[in-house]
Design a protein around this ligand. Structure first.
Ligand SMILES: *[C@@H]1O[C@H](CO)[C@@H](O)[C@H](O)[C@H]1NC(C)=O
Length: 332
């Protein structure tokens, strides 16, 4: 999800009764869930103030979504907030404690917590070209969670407008650093260039370098994003057609199969209307048919500050929570 959407911040917090968490439904997908926004909000305010510029996801909301059958929660954070001085610098323990808390809350319930530096391949707005420095950042962060098997490391959110080979090198540096930090059992989600768009995966040229990534543990999953509006940016309530979801995944599906890789749609959404619901259902049904390569999907997005955002799946009253989620039960 692009910068502009992250600047929206309206603090409306509702009280929710604490539900009893239940296990994920016995569906086809290994990972189903949502991105839990908050800690990446106000991303031009660094370090930012807790409760004013950014916040942490809501425990009760996560429990409610676990009850619905979801088992994977992607936590967008900011690279500059957790390691402020330089890529090779040390952790800001105040911000890191917030991440520790939410990771613990999620993983204690048996769900996956995805650590997602929501940085678009940038650090302080500059394209990251220091490959070793990027690895160092990941060494520091991965060490913190090296013993928690339910943590998933997401290399970076939506690289874009940069060199395809560089994106490959940064991903490989992250994988190598995470493994060397002792995090050897966890999954790693890797993201490509061109906003990691599934529909542009091969045509953008990102597939070539990304296809060469290696992991000694063989636990990398290609995280692609796919929105269903006309420009694929996830900024409209309208979907192109009722079949656009399936159509936009065809090319990436063929690539995953031909290259013997596993994929995940790490961000998707559509407006709360009949055509979008059909388009999302069609996409998820297609992924289910191709579950030899598609491991799951995550909705964008939940989080306590989305207010009346068109895609908000935040319980109890987010637009997608009340109007879209009931139609997706077969795919969780
Ligand atoms: C560390 O994080 C806290 C909370 O976000 C912030 O108030 C503080 O200024 C940060 N310190 C540095 C050195 O960035």
């Amino acid at each position: 999800m692009r910068f502009v959407d992250l600047l929206i911040a309206a603090a409306t917090v509702s009280a929710v009764a604490v539900p009893t968490p239940t296990k994920k439904r016995a569906g086809t997908f290994q990972f189903t869930g949502v991105s839990e926004s908050g800690a990446e909000f106000g991303n031009q305010a660094i370090p930012g103030r807790l409760g004013k510029d950014y916040t942490w996801p809501d425990h009760n909301a996560i429990s409610t979504l676990i009850q619905k059958g979801f088992n994977t929660f992607r936590i967008p954070i900011m690279m500059e907030r957790i390691i402020p001085e330089k890529l090779t610098g040390s952790v800001n323990e105040t911000y890191a404690a917030g991440l520790d808390d939410i990771v613990k809350f999620i993983t204690n319930q048996g769900a996956y917590a995805v650590v997602d530096p929501h940085n678009f391949g940038r650090y302080y707005n500059n394209i990251i070209t220091d490959v070793a420095g990027f690895g160092a950042w990941w060494t520091t962060v991965a060490k913190r969670y090296a013993t928690n098997e339910k943590v998933i490391f997401d290399t970076n959110n939506e690289f874009h407008d940069e060199d395809n080979a560089l994106v490959g090198q940064l991903n490989q540096a992250a994988i190598d650093a995470i493994r060397a930090a002792g995090a050897t059992s966890q999954y790693i989600f890797v993201e490509g260039n061109s906003w990691t768009g599934a529909w542009h995966w091969t045509s953008s040229g990102t597939a070539e370098a990304m296809g060469k990534l290696t992991d000694p543990q063989d636990k990398i999953i290609y995280e692609m994003h796919q929105y269903l509006d006309s420009d694929g940016s996830g900024t409209s309530e309208a979907c192109v057609s009722a079949t656009i979801g399936k159509e936009r995944l065809a090319d990436a599906t063929a690539w995953l199969k031909a290259n013997n890789k596993k994929g995940l749609i790490g961000e998707t959404a559509g407006g709360a209307n009949a055509q979008c619901i059909q388009a999302v259902q069609g996409m998820l049904a297609y992924m289910k048919e191709n579950s030899d390569v598609w491991t799951g999907w995550l909705w964008w997005g939940a989080g306590p500050w989305w207010a009346d955002y068109m895609y908000s799946i935040e319980p109890p009253s987010g637009t997608a929570f009340t109007k879209v989620l009931p139609s997706l039960a077969d795919y969780i």
